[in-house]
Ligand binder design. Structure first.
Ligand SMILES: NC(=O)c1ccc[n+]([C@@H]2O[C@H](COP(=O)([O-])OP(=O)(O)OC[C@H]3O[C@@H](n4cnc5c(N)ncnc54)[C@H](O)[C@@H]3O)[C@@H](O)[C@H]2O)c1
Length: 264
């Protein structure tokens, strides 16, 4: 208001996921919505937060309580911003990037993992950032309101939310652990070959991502059973059939409890 922004104002949000979320949310509600665009500057925002039109902010410490779904005019992704990003933030973004490749692109995942294991330049990383962003954009385009395929983007997140909440470790690290646990659960339920789960875990270890839950199985279970994706006596998980193909799969609470003792 102080800057005399009116209905024709165009808002450009440049920054990490927090900035793009707040910028996009503000633009979406100001004068019932002004045009906006996003320039994400962290890896996590380039492959995830700035794509998909979910624009939310927290309220009284509760995540994304206020929010809208509204798409930007454009999202400009420039990997050179990542030059100054701390390694801990890079790791969080890598977990989300690899997650998206595991969902839909086996070859992309294998190539990205081998690059990350041997060390890389930003120019070498750029095609995988672009690929992960494109896959997320495609999924969102086909299912903006998360009725079907968009749910796949939650791979590893049911584990991750519980781990994050109970241990306080950063979201990206928790997502990496969550993906490995989802792979192990997929093997237990005979959906995924154990060799594929080993590949993911070994890749993540060599890349420097966390793979082991810091929580005792009973704490992990008690936190997970309160997950919002619970419906009656089962929780809807995203499980891996093979690298490049994932499915939505309801798992009985009792079966989950039993499996967690073997996985942790
Ligand atoms: N809207 C969505 O769909 C969606 C999806 C995933 C995550 N999110 C949200 O994204 C947020 C996390 O995003 P994030 O990981 O980008 O965190 P962030 O926005 O907090 O940025 C991390 C840190 O990096 C700094 N930074 C940003 N760009 C930099 C650069 N180029 N060089 C050096 N430092 C830089 C920031 O100032 C900040 O201190 C969370 O609030 C999460 O809820 C939203």
């Amino acid at each position: 208001m102080d800057m005399e922004a009116d209905r024709d104002t165009f808002l450009l949000a440049v920054g990490g996921g927090i900035t793009t979320d707040i910028g996009a949310f503000t633009a979406s509600i100001y004068f019932r919505g002004v045009d906006f665009a996003l320039v994400p500057t962290t890896l996590l925002s380039q492959v995830d937060a700035a794509i998909g039109g979910k624009n939310g902010v927290n309220l009284d410490g509760y995540k994304n309580v206020l929010g809208v779904i509204r798409q930007p005019s454009f999202t400009l992704i420039c990997p050179q911003f990542l030059k100054t990003l701390p390694q801990s933030d890079i790791k969080g973004g890598l977990a989300e990037m690899l997650k998206t490749l595991i969902l839909k692109d086996r070859e992309g995942y294998c190539k990205a993992a081998s690059l990350l294991k041997r060390g890389y330049t930003l120019d070498e990383l750029a095609p995988y950032i672009s690929r992960a962003a494109a896959i997320k954009a495609q999924i969102v385009e086909s299912d903006q309101f998360e009725i079907g395929d968009r749910k796949l983007l939650n791979l590893g997140h049911t584990f991750a939310h519980a781990i994050e909440k109970e241990s306080g470790i950063p979201h990206g690290e928790a997502v990496a652990i969550g993906i490995v646990l989802a792979a192990r659960l997929s093997v237990k339920l005979r959906i995924l070959a154990s060799q594929e789960a080993n590949t993911i875990e070994e890749d993540f270890i060599k890349i420097g991502l966390e793979t082991k839950s810091p929580l005792k199985p009973e704490l992990l279970f008690s936190s997970m059973k309160r997950d919002k994706k619970r419906s009656g006596d089962s929780i809807s998980f995203i499980l891996i059939e093979r690298i490049g193909k994932c499915v939505i799969y309801p798992v009985q609470i009792a079966r989950l409890e039993e499996a967690l003792y073997d996985l942790s």
